[in-house]
Design a protein around this ligand. Structure first.
Ligand code: F6R
Length: 260
């Protein structure tokens, strides 16, 4: 796993956007895996800026959301489908019909999860998956204890996640108890994974995922098994890493041709 430590969230967003721009130049019809939450917002801001400048073209790109709450009414501003539309899709030239999210309102949730896996496969798989990480080490909504081989399915949110996400709702009581999430096995199928984390509240999960044992107690640690993961963090989120100096040295001396 490559670990890149940058001064702040703006720089994190710029570097992740560089990788997406490079991918779309190489493969205009690339499939992007789209995360929500606060962490990827600087990436979406940067992509929107580059689109306005005419530097990046999403006209053939496809996108798949990572997860979705179960039980929010259609169009709820905090449904992840809406967040992706508002923060990303409406600000660039990706076709609305090419942006997919799990159906949190499906009458048959297991069938909707299977259909979502099928849709990702039919699209040719995810080329670049963006991820944030929870303070409990979750990726997507794969909470601690998730099967490391899991596929898209319903999960019950841990109270810590509901409390963390209460900032997006009127109160913690409004945060759903369930979500549909791509599984850890689904995420591992992406060709390249970029995980971004900023702020001191993420320092422990960043340390656990990068340097801890691979264990379901920190679901993000499964990324150690993936051949191409780039973890981009700010100084605060990197503050507990034991090998921080080595990661800095490696990145500073990286051959240019390697890219991300
Ligand atoms: C969002 C998602 C979550 C978040 C995580 C961190 O689609 O799947 O795993 O990435 O909860 O959230 P923030 O970035 O708000 O701290």
């Amino acid at each position: 796993m490559e670990v890149v430590i940058l001064p702040g969230s703006r720089q994190v967003g710029v570097l992740a956007a560089d990788a997406i721009e490079a991918l779309l130049r190489r493969k205009p019809h690339a499939v992007l895996g789209l995360a929500t939450g606060a962490s990827p917002l600087p990436i979406y801001d940067e992509l929107a800026r580059r689109y306005v400048e005419g530097r990046i073209d999403f006209s053939q790109a496809r996108g798949f959301g990572l997860d979705e709450y179960v039980g929010l009414e259609e169009g709820h501003p905090q449904s992840y489908r809406e967040v992706i539309r508002r923060e990303f899709a409406d600000r660039v030239n990706i076709a609305a019909e090419n942006v997919h999210s799990p159906d949190g309102a499906a009458a048959d949730i297991p069938a909707a999860c299977d259909a979502y896996e099928e849709a990702i496969n039919t699209a040719g798989g995810v080329d670049l998956q963006l991820l944030g990480v929870g303070t409990d080490g979750h990726i997507g909504f794969n909470e601690p204890g998730s099967s490391l081989a899991s596929r898209t399915r319903i999960k019950t949110l841990i109270e810590q996640t509901r409390r963390d996400n209460a900032r997006f709702f009127k109160s913690v009581r409004d945060v759903p108890h369930h979500a549909i999430t791509q599984g850890l096995g689904t995420i591992l199928d992406a060709r390249h994974v970029i995980l971004v984390a900023t702020g001191a509240q993420k320092a422990q999960s960043v340390r656990d995922l990068v340097e801890g044992p691979v264990a379901a107690i920190c679901p993000a640690s499964v990324l150690q098994l993936h051949p191409h993961v780039t973890t981009i963090v700010d100084e605060a989120a990197a503050s507990s890493l034991r090998l921080a100096d080595y990661y800095r040295h490696t990145y500073d001396n990286k051959p240019k041709w390697q890219g991300l």
